[in-house]
Design a protein around this ligand. Structure first.
Ligand SMILES: [Zn+2]
Length: 655
């Protein structure tokens, strides 16, 4: 038997300090779609994801909750798996860095590199960013307000630490790494990230501190129990420990390594293209074929982050719009190399235009006409009746298949799906050009009519094959309506060739693929806010969110908080969470939109003195310019606006 080529794809292992948001969903859905696409192409695929559970941040969070670190992360890791299940992500393996197999293998890796002389014991004094788990050099730091030295990645203050540490001789491999990058242009993609990394490496690599003694939540250094292995050394190794590297059975390692694609967010490209390859070089193992650093999914309010409270929960979106629509949106909307913008409006637009209008209508119209003019039966046309339009459709179908494959192979799922939709658009236009309803009125045009109906069905069959890796329920549903269920040989990659649809197929018209979303539903759902989740763990009783990172008095003094009097209030039409308030601040009257309609009637609020963030940049909500934000305290479903007694005049400062 011929052995299949292998394809090994990984996502980052996610950090269980919070629930995941749609940015993580994007990475994992994209990897799942790639894995399914490669399987369709006949590869022996291995798809790995997991969780990165060690480090000081987890230790501190667990302690704050009075929990053992493992007990703290367990339910969060459970929520990761639940999210992947709901997104229909099917990984072959889920590695936890707390797995015994991982711990043993990481210790073996450490022992091996130590024995080679590339790890040595010394003193470390340096700057450490706890949230990022990263050490920085003096010259890499940035100045915060108040003259504090801050992390260049997250801009939070760094700590000066001094301790005995093991070091990894990164500097020794600097030139070899640069040579490897030059000789393998695909190793770091997209090109812009490669250029960034090359200039970073050329600045000079320092030896890397690979152990800590100031906390315990990590893998113990073999032969020296005072130290735990520094998180990146631990985390990055997951890509091979999950394959049994350094363990008793390394069959999977020998079969799948080197990885074909490490898919990572752009913020961790540096670790994957500098530290990770050097670890592998020190082990004498081959490097991954490609590290692809994709962009971030941003909100209009900036990068999604727990501390900003603008995290979008993918589970809410799946409940509201269905898994296929959410997967399609993530794949289509995010340009793979650059950042993309998320908004629920753009998701609804994609559903209504691409899915309901373009694809859904194409199927619906085609099947209606096959039913009406062809008795529901398809006839393979005789070539003699195929005109230039039929040839054009056939050629475009072949070109679409090739283009889809080319773009998926380059990890451009958005453009690859764009290519499918060109064919969808062409077929919709083909219906109008050929006007089957007119052909049906001319008895002599019977064969021509059959050919048109066949071309529509065959185009849809090919589209169904191409959309299945991304939307696993949609391809089979199209197949079902085309009457092809139970014929898997018509759904293979080879079957994307034109003309496989059997003569005499009886179609089976069904429900619309995607119902249109009434924009009023979106309006009722309210702005971004209701999608934001704040709780870290899956608890019956809502947990209080942990206290956020420390700020200085200066940071606080940038907020201008004022007592304002509500002089008028009304509901915002079609948005059941929003009230439009007129508030008096000194002599000025402002409009503020506030998401408190489920807790206050407009009448209750008039005359109240509430606290306003007065210097917040105005934003438009439901078309209304909101000049500031009313402060409210909340816990679970309870919410109360902060009020001040009538003794203080509207306009008073709150400090
Ligand atoms: Zn940082």
């Amino acid at each position: 038997m011929k052995t299949k080529p292998t394809y090994y794809i990984t996502t980052p292992i996610y950090y269980p300090s919070d629930n995941l948001h749609i940015g993580h969903a994007y990475t994992t859905v994209a990897a799942d779609t790639m894995a399914r696409y490669k399987r369709l192409r006949g590869y022996d695929v291995r798809f790995l994801t997991g969780s990165d559970e060690h480090g000081q941040k987890i230790e501190r969070k667990a302690r704050a909750e009075n929990m053992a670190p493992l007990a703290y992360v367990d339910p969060i890791v459970g929520s990761f798996k639940e999210l992947w299940r709901r997104l229909q992500v099917e990984y072959d393996d889920f590695i936890r860095t707390t797995d015994e197999r991982h711990i043993k293998s990481v210790q073996e890796i450490f022992r091996k590199i130590y024995a080679n002389g590339d790890i040595y014991l010394s003193q470390y004094e340096g700057w450490y960013c706890t949230p990022c788990e990263a050490f920085w050099l003096e010259r890499q730091l940035v100045d915060g307000e108040n003259g504090q030295r801050c992390c260049p990645d997250c801009r939070r203050p760094v700590e000066l630490v001094k301790e005995e540490s093991y070091f990894f001789k990164m500097s020794k491999y600097q030139d070899r790494l640069l040579e490897h990058i030059a000789a393998n242009p695909d190793f770091i993609q997209p090109v812009s990230r490669r250029n960034e990394m090359v200039s970073f490496i050329k600045q000079g690599l320092e030896d890397l501190c690979v152990s800590r003694t100031t906390f315990d939540w990590g893998i113990p250094v073999p032969l020296n129990a005072n130290h735990v292995i520094y998180v990146w050394f631990d985390a990055l190794s997951n890509y091979i420990t999950a394959l049994g590297y350094g363990g008793e059975d390394d069959t999977l390692y020998r079969r799948y390594w080197p990885a074909d694609l490490h898919l990572v967010g752009k913020d961790i490209v540096r670790f994957h293209t500098v530290i990770w390859p050097i670890i592998l070089m020190a082990l004498g193992e081959p490097l991954p074929k490609q590290v692809f650093g994709h962009g971030w999914l941003l909100l209009e309010s900036g990068k999604m982050s727990k501390s900003k409270g603008n995290v979008v929960d993918p589970l809410v979106l799946i409940d509201r719009y269905g898994v296929d629509a959410v997967r399609y949106y993530l794949l289509r909307e995010l340009p793979s190399g650059q950042d993309g913008y998320y908004s629920e409006e753009s998701l609804v637009t994609r559903i209504n235009t691409d899915l309901a209008n373009d694809l859904g209508n194409l199927l619906h119209r085609s099947l209606a006409m096959i039913g009406k003019f062809g008795g529901g039966r398809l006839q393979r046309p005789v070539p003699a009746v195929e005109g230039p339009l039929e040839q054009e459709v056939q050629a475009l179908a072949a070109q679409t298949v090739a283009e889809f494959g080319r773009l998926m192979d380059r990890f451009e799922p958005g453009n690859a799906h764009g290519a499918i939709w060109k064919l969808v658009g062409r077929l919709n236009k083909y219906i109008d050009e050929r006007a089957p309803w007119a052909l049906a009125k001319r008895p002599e045009a019977g064969e021509e009519l059959s050919a048109v109906l066949y071309h529509l069905a065959e185009g849809l069959r090919i589209i169904a094959i191409l959309v299945t890796p991304g939307m696993l329920n949609i391809g089979p549903r199209i197949f079902g309506q085309l009457g092809l269920t139970g014929q898997p040989d018509l759904a293979t990659w080879e079957a994307t060739a034109w003309g496989r649809l059997p003569d005499g197929t009886q179609v089976n018209r069904g429900e619309p693929l995607f119902p249109r979303i009434d924009p009023a539903v979106l309006a009722a759902a309210g702005p971004e806010a209701p999608l934001c989740t704040q709780t870290a763990s899956v608890a019956a009783e809502p947990a209080f969110p942990p206290v956020g990172p420390e700020i200085t008095l200066d940071d606080f003094s940038r907020l201008d908080l004022r007592v304002v009097e509500v002089v008028a209030a009304k509901k915002v039409p079609k948005a059941d969470k929003l009230l439009e308030l007129q508030v008096k601040l000194g002599d000025e009257v402002r409009t503020v939109v506030s998401g408190i309609a489920q807790h206050y009637t407009p009448e209750e609020l008039v005359g109240k003195r509430v606290v306003l963030v007065a210097n917040l940049k105005p934003v438009k909500l439901r078309g209304i310019l909101s000049q500031g934000m009313i402060l409210a305290a909340s816990h679970g479903d309870q919410l109360e606006a902060l009020t001040v007694s009538a003794g203080l005049p509207a306009g008073s400062q709150v400090k």
